[in-house]
Design a protein around this ligand. Sequence first.
Ligand code: B1M
Length: 226
Amino acid sequence: MSDDLDLNDLNDQELMEQMWDDLYDGLADEIAEGTQILLDRGWAPYKVLTEALVEGMRIVGIDFRDGILFVPEVLMSANSMKAGMAILRPLLAESGAPILGKFVIGTVKGDIHDIGKNLVVMMMEGAGFEVIDLGINVDVDMYLKSLEEHKPEIFGMSALLTTTMPYMKVVIDTMKEQGIRDDYIVLVGGAPLNEEFGREVGADAYCRDAAVSVEIAKELMLKRAA
Ligand code: B1M
């Protein structure tokens, strides 16, 4: 963004497109400012999240895949995205809903992608779940220790790499060996996964995105209670 461009002067569509560019260029301050302007104009937090931030990251992902952007640049984009998410997080979490249950989640071993997982955390908190976020690069021992400690109803794993997604099966197989698999609703998610993969590794469900995660979590909790 050039120094003399005032984001306040842009209409909603122009501002959103400018934010996609700013995300691409890794301009965290501008992303924070744009996020706040859209909120001040009455945009719902979820709309800002999906249409301005997630869509911008999708564009970054295409050029990363095609070798136009490289890791350091994408890291700056990711940090900019986080600057916007930091503003949205308390807004998405302030639903005032009663606690529905506990949810433990982490990104699997070998994988450091956490933006999608953090969105799931935000949306689950907003829906009224108490969330224990184990972070990234979580191995089976850390998962199992946390399950034992927190006794959540729901357990989620995230993976963004085709090389790390098989680790979900390692975790679920270990749970089976220890006889604790059915004590939890197990949800998996991440861009390279699909429903078939979710079934194959023995999860209760594959979740396409953060909003779907909330729907499925609530649905499976109700089923279990019945
Ligand atoms: Co990475 N990376 N990356 N990367 N990166 C991908 C995933 C990739 C698809 C890019 C590409 O080639 N197009 C590719 C994977 C290819 C493959 O496996 N087949 C890739 C690669 C190759 C790599 C490295 C190996 C690159 C390298 O070093 N040469 C390396 C690996 C590092 C590692 O993990 N060991 C790497 C590194 C990085 C950065 C560090 C630079 C950065 C991560 C920063 C961070 O997360 N803090 C990064 C990023 C940003 C991406 C892309 C561009 C964007 C990911 C993202 O944040 N998306 C990504 C390309 C892409 O996905 N289009 C890419 C936005 C986010 C909102 O979506 O994460 O899908 P997503 O989450 C969604 C759903 O999937 C779902 O809900 C979320 C919200 O709606 N969901 C869940 C996710 N987890 C869930 C868990 C649930 C439920 C739903 O539990 C219940």
